[in-house]
Design a binder for this molecule. Structure first.
Ligand code: FES
Length: 129
């Protein structure tokens, strides 16, 4: 499995992202602080360009001990990418949908060497005959 340099970590904002073409595969590279993640730019819902969506913190309902809501708050730890086609959200660190962990992005292996990001492109999925 050969790894391909895609960009420098410093080329990305924080949080930030870049979508690159690697051997015909669109791959979204995400940066959260010192962490780097990569996914195929294909939404598990209907194949939308999920990695090009907005990056926002997970929105949570603030519920008190009496079970009344005091409104929405944003997570200080979880950042999501939101598919621009129909709004499915995915945790950037895990690639998982927040409420249904079986729905997830296809992860691409990454490695950072001397501030440069390398990815290992995915093997194409077998297509039915
Ligand atoms: S294609 Fe991504 S939410 Fe529908």
């Amino acid at each position: 499995m050969s790894e391909i340099r895609v960009c420098a970590v410093s080329d990305l904002g924080d949080p930030g992202r870049k979508v690159v073409d690697v051997n015909g595969q669109e791959i979204g590279i995400f940066r959260l602080g010192e962490e780097v993640f990569a996914y195929l730019n294909s939404c598990p819902h209907l194949d939308g360009p999920v990695c090009q969506g907005k990056i926002l913190p997970l929105a949570l309902e603030a519920v008190g001990e009496d079970l009344t809501s005091s409104g929405r708050v944003f997570s200080k730890t979880q950042m999501n990418v939101i598919c621009p086609w129909h709004g499915f959200e995915f945790d950037i660190r895990t690639g998982e949908h927040p409420t249904n962990k079986r729905i997830k992005l296809r992860k691409v292996k990454t490695q950072v060497v001397d501030g440069e990001i390398f990815v290992a492109p995915l093997r194409p999925r077998a297509t039915p005959l």
